[in-house]
Ligand binder design. Structure first.
Ligand code: KIV
Length: 271
């Protein structure tokens, strides 16, 4: 499907209205055409082309190695697939931290080459100049605070963030800063539910949580994790809606057996 064919039911404005009306926002990640089509058909509001593609698609330990070109490739595949949801694309590590000029250049490449709807960027005060510059180019920006996986080498662990007062206070200040700059929403990752609730209550823009409790304005999960495609990753915030690892393994094993036994193809499956 060309991007002209997208009906664009969900816009950044619509997400803000959903918050105003108390309508929860459902967001999932997608990195490829097939998965994005299924997610769209399921009625999702927002699709995140996350840099978690580095983990679940490419097998890296962190999100750091994925490149801007690779993010654009994933975003193009997703945009081609979806009609209704807004498509938000992560700016990868190294594409915006250097300086704000590089940040706007990276965001423009994503918007121009993938025809996605918005970008997401990790951090608060330290990257606000980049946020301002991207916004001034007319590109909608979603923030991301709390556990920001691109800073894993600074944090040292993937444990819950902002449990201490000082870090919680900085997170609240950063959230206000991002809202004042003009961001249309913020992802809060792996923080105490009480803090998530406070930020959602204080801000007018939607707060989408992943491990941030149930009093935020919406939720996001990595699709591969919620489908149970990876049995080794089981943080407390993750609810599994499938056991796709076992389902797929069973299907692949049956195929291997059928080929080895000479049962596939049957008479009806040949010309
Ligand atoms: O890259 C990603 O999938 C994300 C989500 C965890 C929010 O940023």
């Amino acid at each position: 499907m060309s991007s002209e064919g997208r009906s664009k039911v969900i816009t950044t404005q619509r997400l803000i209205e959903m918050k105003q009306h108390g309508e929860k926002i459902a967001m999932l990640t997608a990195y490829d055409y097939t998965m994005a089509r299924i997610i769209d058909d399921a009625g999702i509001d927002a699709v995140l082309v996350g840099d978690s593609a580095a983990n679940v698609m490419a097998g890296h330990e962190s999100t750091l190695p994925i490149t801007l070109d690779q993010m654009i490739y994933h975003a193009q595949s997703v945009v081609r697939a979806v009609k209704n949801p807004i498509v938000i694309v992560d700016l990868p590590f190294g594409s915006y931290q250097g300086n704000s000029k590089e940040a706007v250049y990276s965001a423009i490449r994503i918007m121009k080459e993938s025809e996605a709807d918005a970008v997401k960027i990790e951090g608060g005060k330290e990257i606000i100049e980049s946020v301002n510059r991207i916004l001034s180019a007319g590109i909608p920006v979603m923030g991301h605070l709390g556990l920001t996986p691109q800073s894993i080498h600074k944090f040292g662990t993937y444990s819950v963030r902002a449990k201490e007062e000082a870090e919680a206070q900085k997170l609240i200040e950063d959230a206000h800063l991002l809202e004042e700059a003009g961001c249309f929403g913020i992802v809060l990752e792996k923080i105490p539910a009480k803090l998530g609730a406070q930020v959602a209550q204080e801000l007018k823009i939607p707060i989408i949580g992943i491990g941030a409790g149930n009093s935020v304005d919406g939720q996001v999960l990595v699709s591969h994790d919620m489908l149970g495609l990876n049995n080794e990753f089981s943080p407390r915030f993750l609810r599994r809606y499938g056991n796709m690892y076992e389902n797929m393994k069973e299907a692949f094993s049956r195929y291997v057996n059928d080929v080895k036994n000479g049962d596939f193809p049957s008479d009806k499956e040949q010309y």
